[in-house]
Design a binder for this molecule. Structure first.
Ligand SMILES: [Zn+2]
Length: 265
């Protein structure tokens, strides 16, 4: 082989490798995500058991109770995960606000095409979705009012963040679950819950472990799950709870790891 032929062949091989390396990375990440979502849906749940999985990056959580599946703050999801969610079926999507880590219009529309879930959003986001989602499926809650989406009861109040944000509570079969988005502390005595997801910090400038602790102090759930924060902030939050509210169990979630909890009603 002449030297210039060899150079051409070498350049071609380098080009192929450059194309191949990132695709291996993406495939590996997608495989991990798909595996975790399949595991999540394969969990069997007894009455009063709740299954949940934190999948990040900030406060994205999927929850199953009885025959209902709820997605909180899903951001951009890969095609293969969307296919799994559409196959399994989603009953309700909740988006606390419009920041990219908590909301992706494309994801919501792809999921709506799949199982046509109800979609509950901060009313300030309504322009994003009202052209594409039928009015009867779009819930834009007013504080203090109660909504029913096929036996999922929904209520909400205003959070405190950069721009507007709503904090939601859902009730299914008497089990109440609260999700605090990435809000600063707001009084939550009206949001008494069994299971509460609360934000402890990064990357939100309005959250910190003390605010998350105060949220839990107001709601006194059986189980508190920190999210939207780093490991140090989660541990600081957990120590505050252990010291001051020993009756509350804290579960620091591992990303993409399914959890099953029994709720004592
Ligand atoms: Zn935000």
């Amino acid at each position: 082989m002449k030297q210039n032929q060899f150079s051409v062949l070498l350049s071609f091989l380098v080009f192929v490798v450059i194309l191949w390396i990132p695709s291996v990375g993406i495939t590996g990440k997608e495989q991990t995500e798909c595996h975790s979502f399949k595991n999540f849906f394969s969990m069997t749940l007894k009455a009063n058991e709740v299954g949940f999985m934190f999948f990040g990056p900030c406060s994205s959580v999927i929850v199953r109770i009885a025959d209902k599946t709820i997605l909180f703050d899903p951001s951009c999801l890969c095609k293969s995960v969307l296919e799994i969610l559409n196959k399994e079926g989603i009953d309700l999507i909740i988006c606390t606000h419009s920041h990219w880590e908590h909301f992706s219009k494309q994801t919501v529309l792809e999921l709506f095409k799949g199982s046509q879930p109800h979609i509950a959003i901060d009313p300030n986001m309504v322009l994003e979705l009202k052209k594409d989602i039928p009015r009867e499926k779009l819930i834009t809650p007013a504080p203090g009012r109660i909504y029913n989406a096929e036996n999922i009861v929904i209520d909400a109040l205003e959070g405190m963040h950069i721009g507007s944000e709503m904090l939601f509570r859902i009730t299914i079969n008497g089990i109440k679950i609260f999700h605090g988005g990435d809000s600063a502390y707001v009084p939550l005595q009206t949001m008494v819950s069994n299971l509460a997801f609360v934000p402890t910090g990064n990357p939100s400038p309005t959250c910190n472990p003390e605010y998350a602790y105060q949220m839990i102090h107001d709601m006194k759930p059986q189980i508190a799950v920190p999210m939207n924060g780093n490991d140090i902030q989660h541990v600081t939050f957990m120590k505050l709870i252990e010291k001051n509210l020993p009756g509350v169990k804290v579960i620091i979630p591992e990303r993409y790891t399914s959890q099953k909890v029994l709720i004592q009603k």
